[in-house]
Design a binder for this molecule. Sequence first.
Ligand code: AVJ
Length: 325
Amino acid sequence: MRTELVEPRLRFSDLKPPPADFRREVVEGLRRPRKALSPKFFYDPEGCRLFEAICDLPEYYLTRTEVGILTEHADSIARTLGQGGALIELGSGNSRKVRLLLEALKPAVYVPVDIAREHLLTASRALAADCPWLDIHAACLDYSQRFALPFLPDTQRKIVFFPGSSIGNFEPAAAENLLRSVAQCVQPDGGLLIGFDLKKDAAILNAAYNDSAGVTAQFNLNLLRCINARAAANFDLDRFHHQAFYNERQGRIEMHLCSEYRQQVIVAGETFNFLDGETIHTESSYKYGIEEFQTLAHNAGFEPDRCWCDRDSLFCVHYFTVSAS
Ligand code: AVJ
């Protein structure tokens, strides 16, 4: 690992996440008896733009609600977490949400972690310009694989911030594994501040992923455009449609791309057959009850401390500390 000093208060460590083999992963996903693709592939520049637009939709309450919770309870969150130490954000993106906490939390160092190297640098530079008092140490790595932050001293207190219900994209067993590696990273005296979407009336959930402006549909279908461009494929976007529904039994929103005909598609030289109505599963977004999430976190080595919700119990921001071992 090389650490470079980008600016007086901004350091950058590249832990060199191995690049995803897009073609191979796509082809493997489509060969499965139940075709599936990873939601991580949504976020090409157009997908990022569409996701930003989703966050502003009237039906998509998640971002707005979490931002409201962080804004309203910043001081109480800061008192609970304590000041100083390292504040590590997983999947920091544009660092928009952490800005709501920084003034109150006054961490000794903010550690944005993201897989997208250039984005991470751009966002970190912008934050450094806006918060001249803040020390930033950005880390480029893939947090969905086992990770460590070797540049942080063992003696420094560490808190991981994982907002946005990003945890919802992980299968429960994988979510538990991720939290276990977070616990490992922040032990013995650190914590985890995590935002997750709550179980609720299916109609609210279904509307959030089936917006009337059709932006979520564009976001989903954009994945086929990416595959056409990057995996030599010939998906006809007019022959698939967006499908999203709450799977009550599994406690998750499922997004699919549904074939409108019996058809063949060529991807990277290989032919794939679709039945009329057959789907590609493109995303799962798990929803949790508070106790249910506490159980998951407990199994990963965390104890519940405090949580903050909106008045309609749509979304939860929860603080956990590491269990004494
Ligand atoms: C970024 C995973 C939180 O699951 O709600 C939004 C992504 N997909 N609309 C979510 C998403 C469709 C989002 N997360």
